[in-house]
Design a protein around this ligand. Structure first.
Ligand SMILES: *Cc1c(COP(=O)(O)O)cnc(C)c1O
Ligand SMILES: [Zn+2]
Length: 424
């Protein structure tokens, strides 16, 4: 059994039984999984939940998965929430945290969470073949999870995917097919496939379940802060799903009465690259409608020009008292370096987007510097090495002799800074 009570249309409120379904058949809006929160409140407490292994499955009652642990679940989620005092100083904020999904198991992005829930559902519905359209990280996550479950996987991507994301898909034996065109065109093809083939397409007919996996980022942030909510969250946006699900998670914890103070409103801030900023533009221009864009940015994981949950993301941001911004490729790369140099975290281009947008919103006075702030780091820098390949200085290559090293170091180092001779 589980605590889900079917699907609910976010816009018109129509209800549907649990089934593979892409969107509302009345108004075409995205669907959400509905739960019996009262029953969940009776079945589990934060204290009981804390005794479980530190993975996303500890919140299983709040997910559309069987309420009893299978015993063989893979340890997805449970990533660190890092205090970031050095970066906080550079940003001029009092209390800063990094939710670090760059180290998520098994494929180093938050997409491992969404795939974990989608495949649990694929199993329940009896799909033998799964598929997705992807800007890269979803491809990696689905390929790995499908391999571990013995499912056949088809992965469809735009042609300009990063090399690392291609290899990190093919290694798992998934069938990767690239298409001329952008993500939005590939995604449209997937919608046609979902009607024609008995496949579980994780971001089409399994999308309502897939999206629920993102809530676990929100639960973990609250629990890791001692069942307290932060004052603000900066979150990267592609399809616009994650930011809304983090807000949904906070709302559920509030409704369950699981928060130990710090349960005030959380301002949600959305981050995009200026080369693909349909959601951030709508927020800044005060519009409800998303105007689709043709993406052109180094942040390829966020390059969705026609975001499925864009309209909802705008609403979530506005209702929370937050805002959205977008940043240039140069700002993105500079922020990737700053994150690594200050806190030892190598995030991908999306992390650069998040940090650079936090900078911008702090400068604009949109983010208050005295409220606890969380930056959501969603992916790993090793997958987007092409973005940081330009260096001002070449790497020295020396003969392995002490005098060569000393001769080399002398130039940049004044003699006074050399350590004194080792005492005899
Ligand atoms: C997919 C992705 C996002 C955005 O997720 P949405 O839910 O589509 O907005 C953010 N960061 C990374 C690294 C991603 O791969
Ligand atoms: Zn509807």
């Amino acid at each position: 059994m589980s605590f889900e009570i079917g699907l609910l249309c976010r816009d018109c409120g129509k209800r549907f039984p649990t089934q593979p379904m892409a969107g509302c058949d009345e108004c075409f809006a995205p669907l959400e999984v509905a739960y019996d929160l009262d029953a969940i409140g009776h079945a589990v407490t934060p204290l009981a939940l804390q005794q479980r292994p530190r993975t996303m499955w500890r919140y299983r009652e709040l997910l559309p998965v069987p309420a009893a642990a299978g015993g063989f679940e893979r340890p997805v989620g449970g990533t660190p929430l890092l205090a970031a005092p050095r970066l906080a100083r550079e940003l001029g904020v009092r209390e800063l945290y990094l939710k670090n999904d760059a180290v998520n198991f098994p494929t180093l992005s938050f997409k491992d969470r969404v795939v974990a829930v989608a495949l649990s559902k694929a199993r329940e519905f009896g799909f033998r073949t799964v598929a997705c359209s992807s800007t890269g990280n979803l491809a990696n996550a689905l390929a790995a999870a499908a391999a571990a479950e013995g499912l056949e996987a088809y992965i469809f991507t735009p042609a300009d995917l990063e090399e690392a994301k291609i290899s990190a898909t093919r290694i798992y034996g998934a069938r990767l097919i690239k298409f001329h065109g952008n993500y939005d065109q590939v995604n449209r093809l997937c919608s046609e496939l979902a009607e024609r083939y008995p496949w579980g397409i994780v971001n089409v007919n399994l999308r309502p379940y897939y999206a629920e996996g993102s809530k676990t980022v929100g639960y973990e942030i609250a629990e890791q802060l001692g069942w307290r909510l932060p004052g603000a969250v900066v979150c990267p946006m592609a399809g616009g799903s994650l930011i809304g699900k983090i807000a949904k998670a906070f709302g559920e914890l509030r409704q369950l009465g699981w928060l130990a103070g710090g349960d005030g409103p959380v301002r949600m801030y959305g981050a995009q690259a200026s080369g693909c900023a349909p959601i951030s533009l709508a927020v800044k221009q005060g519009q409800d409608e998303i105007t689709p864009q043709r993406p052109q940015t180094v942040a390829r994981s966020l390059a969705i020009g026609n975001p499925a949950d864009g309209f909802h993301a705008v609403r979530v941001i506005r209702d929370s008292g937050g805002w959205a911004e977008d940043v240039t490729d140069a700002e993105i790369v500079a922020a990737m370096r700053q994150l690594a140099e200050t806190e030892g975290v190598f995030g991908e281009t999306a992390a650069g987007v998040t940090l650079a947008v936090a900078h911008k919103l702090l400068r604009q006075g949109r983010i208050a510097p005295d409220a606890p702030l969380v930056l959501v780091i969603t992916g790993n820098g090793l997958k987007t090495l092409d973005a940081v390949q330009a260096w001002p200085q070449p790497i020295p290559v020396l003969a392995p002799k002490l005098h060569h090293l000393e001769a080399y170091l002398q130039a940049p180092l004044p003699p006074a800074s050399a350590p004194s001779a080792i005492p005899a």
